[in-house]
Design a protein around this ligand. Structure first.
Ligand code: TYM
Length: 333
């Protein structure tokens, strides 16, 4: 008999252009996991609207993100690739989980505090509720592991708390998931300000390398990356955040360990490190971009992946939702 595989769940929001931080921290890691787990990979469009979006752009970004997943090597046959809004169970479970989550807990979330500052004109209920919807995503699929970047750690913790709370009040209903961080690169920093996370919505676009940047832009951004005045290529996150970040990116894109990278740059300067890192990133991005363009031209194929994914995802999600509805006492004829 075939051994049942553990379940893995993750998602990315279809907002702005993804950065190499999203690639290293999330999607690149997904590709490595897809042969080990039963994987569900979503496009979190319901999370995206917690910040105002232009409708036509959101639709376009959604298709682009699906094409990017596949272009990066996520296999729609091996994994369930789907759109969050196409499976109603997400909103339905989020509502139930809301009644097991305290307002104070949500107000303390770092990302909520950050985003409330950045979008002070639109601190909506969805923004506050973001982590509960995320908990619903994960718990619907009874996920064992969730590969995310370090910035999502707090959201994973609250997901575990909500699951345990529900399980304790009723009986075991949800699998309590574990985060899965990449060995290197769970947090990639801004090239212009290595104290900050590299972000899709950075103020200075030179600090973020986008998955859509062409080869020249990639090389330019790495050449301008902020380092330090000490001159030695060495890994020291505290004293040399800029150089350490470059080493992490170099390691993630070239497939060597950080230690091996440090050795190979012995006696060489920062210019060499920047050039080699830019090259490694460019070499990976160019074919991904070509494949993404090819896929985007095939609307029928992408829509088929979405349709098939929605069906397969709903099958699993509805089982959990039904169990939850029964446990909380919803009457069913
Ligand atoms: P999003 O779209 O903001 O981020 C997508 C993924 O990229 C990771 N990430 C990074 N990793 C390393 N270095 C960085 N600089 C960096 N920036 C971003 C994020 O940690 C994330 O893994 N809320 C989620 C989307 C989501 C989700 C879920 C994830 C919705 N439902 C359920 C897991 C499970 C998010 O932040 O997306």
């Amino acid at each position: 008999m075939e051994e049942t595989r553990k379940v893995l769940y993750s998602a990315v929001q279809p907002t702005n252009s993804l950065t190499i931080g999203n690639y290293i921290g999330a999607i690149g890691n997904w590709v490595r996991q897809q042969t080990k787990y039963d994987c569900f990979y979503a496009i979190a469009d319901m999370h995206a609207i917690t910040v105002r979006q232009t409708p036509a752009e959101l639709r376009q970004k959604t298709r682009e993100l699906l094409a990017l997943y596949i272009a990066c090597g996520v296999d729609p046959e091996a994994c369930v690739l789907y759109l969050q809004s196409s499976v109603p169970a997400h909103a339905e479970l989020a509502w139930v989980l809301n009644t097991f989550t305290y307002v104070g807990e949500m107000e303390r979330m770092t990302q909520f505090k950050d985003k409330s500052q950045r979008h002070a004109e639109n601190i909506n209920m969805g923004l506050l509720d973001y982590p509960v919807l995320m908990a619903a995503d994960i718990l619907l699929y009874q996920a064992d592991v969730v590969p995310v970047g370090a910035d999502q750690k707090q959201h994973l913790e609250i997901t575990r708390d909500i699951a345990e709370r529900f399980n304790n009040i009723y009986s075991p209903t949800f699998k309590v998931p574990e985060p899965l961080f990449t060995e290197v690169g769970a947090k990639i920093y801004d090239l212009q300000d290595p104290a900050k996370k590299m972000s899709k919505s950075a103020e200075n676009p030179n600090g973020s390398v986008f998955m859509t940047d062409d080869g020249d832009a990639v090389m330019k951004k790495f050449k301008r990356a902020v380092t330090d005045s000490d001159g030695e290529v060495r890994y020291d996150e505290e004293k040399k955040p800029g150089v350490s970040n470059l080493l992490t990116i170099y390691s993630a894109f070239s497939g060597v360990t950080v230690d091996e990278a440090v050795k190979s740059f012995e006696g060489r300067g920062y210019a060499d490190l920047k050039e080699a890192t830019g090259e490694a990133v460019r070499e990976k991005l160019v074919p991904i971009q070509e494949e993404q363009r090819r896929l985007l031209a095939d609307k029928g194929y992408l829509d088929g992946v979405f349709r098939n994914g929605a069906e397969r995802a709903a099958r699993t999600a509805n089982k959990t939702l039904e169990k939850v509805y029964r446990k909380v006492g919803f009457y069913k004829v």
